[in-house]
Design a binder for this molecule. Structure first.
Ligand SMILES: NC(=O)c1ccc[n+]([C@@H]2O[C@H](COP(=O)([O-])OP(=O)(O)OC[C@H]3O[C@@H](n4cnc5c(N)ncnc54)[C@H](O)[C@@H]3O)[C@@H](O)[C@H]2O)c1
Ligand SMILES: O=C(O)C[C@H](O)C(=O)O
Length: 334
């Protein structure tokens, strides 16, 4: 029996993500928590003819704890999205507190659950969850994930467009490393499963790279004040959750990108730090998953000179974002 819980389930991402989880045959129970509207969302989804039993929870009467009880996997898309002109970091002041409180609920009620953090700024909210878990003595680097799948989905889609075959999109795999905002997003097109055309110009590569780095801004601009990516994010979140669930069930060979803590030396965290030439505690890499969570962090491998320059450009912003999240819990008054 697998229980999945969505925190922020009534939102723009939360609703379609909950729909996709309701349709996932690996989910037996689906708990939906939000500060509004979850009874309605749950009633609606509960009429879909798939096995998962759905229940909605609101804050009164310990709703968060009730939603989380027995959770195997918790996905957090709670919090405010961007409007045009904002950076993801501009969301910190509101979302940091929301994520801290939800992480506290998970640490006390479902400390062994896999936690998938969607709420922005991911580069800071993941460290917030980790610090909360450390405070409660339940931190396990193998189980806390920043969801960066959307960057990989975008990179694959854009490559399929360039190759002129959209049918390829779902089978193209482009590693995207670093973090999840602007220049911290580093796509490695040299490692794409489907290489770019051999005559692809450097200027075009730079444009493509920027499009992946600022794909979120493209959607925010198009939505014109009505929020940021929700449907593509729900797709990406459900893809990532599905991989975690398959690994949990014992399927071998599951690999997914994620922004993770590098403390797990056994899993290869230290080797990645050496590869990058950094002492950062977090980085997005390809992660091998097993029944207990992360089994191995895949080395970054060979990169081009241009990609190396992108990694170097990502490091200062990443360090600032990570430190901000850590300080929010360790020194809340700073
Ligand atoms: N990681 C990614 O790739 C990625 C992609 C897209 C969006 N996001 C982020 O996901 C977050 C949600 O985006 P959205 O478009 O769904 O926003 P939204 O405003 O449509 O939905 C957010 C939901 O969170 C709920 N919420 C607020 N405070 C809460 C709390 N304390 N407990 C539980 N629920 C609470 C709201 O009621 C709302 O239903 C944003 O921070 C956005 O930036 C991340
Ligand atoms: O861009 C945003 O603010 C949302 C999300 O992080 C995205 O990449 O679409």
């Amino acid at each position: 029996m697998v229980k999945a819980v969505v925190l922020g389930a009534a939102g723009g991402i939360g609703q379609p993500l909950s729909l996709l989880l309701k349709c996932n045959p690996l989910v037996n129970e689906l708990g939906l928590y939000d500060i509004v509207n979850t009874p309605g969302v749950a009633a609606d989804l509960s009429h879909i003819a798939t096995p998962a039993k759905v229940e909605g929870f609101l804050p009164p009467d310990n709703g968060l704890a009730k939603a989380l009880r027995g959770a195997d996997i918790v996905i957090i898309p709670a919090g405010v999205p961007r409007k045009p002109g904002m950076t993801r970091d501009d969301l910190f002041n509101i979302n940091a507190g929301i994520v801290r409180d939800l992480a506290t609920g998970i640490a006390t009620t479902a400390p062994k659950a896999y936690v998938l953090v969607v709420s922005n700024p991911v580069n800071s909210t993941v460290p917030i969850v980790v610090e909360v878990f450390k405070k409660h003595g339940v931190f396990d680097p193998k189980r806390i994930f920043g969801v960066t799948t959307l960057d990989v989905v975008r990179a694959s889609t854009f490559v399929s467009e360039i190759l002129g075959d959209l049918l390829l999109a779902s089978s193209i795999s482009v590693p995207v490393i670093g973090g999840h905002s602007g220049v911290t997003i580093v796509p490695l097109f040299s490692q794409s499963s489907h290489p770019l055309p051999s005559d692809f110009a450097k200027a075009d590569l730079e444009t493509l790279t920027k499009r992946v780095q600022f794909g979120g801004d493209e959607v925010v601009k198009a939505k014109d004040g009505a929020g940021s990516a929700t449907l593509s994010m729900a797709y990406a979140g459900a893809e990532f959750a599905s991989k975690v669930l398959k690994a949990l069930k014992g399927e071998a060979g599951i690999v997914a990108p994620s922004f993770v803590h590098l403390s797990s030396d056994a899993a290869g965290g230290e080797a990645i730090r050496k590869e990058i030439g950094t002492d950062l505690d977090y980085f997005s890499v390809l992660v091998e998953l097993g029944t207990g969570g992360v089994t191995k962090l895949r080395p970054i491998g060979k990169v081009t000179e241009y990609e190396r320059s992108l990694i170097d450009a990502a490091l200062p912003d990443l360090a600032t974002n990570i430190d901000k999240g850590v300080a929010f819990i360790q020194s809340p008054k700073l």
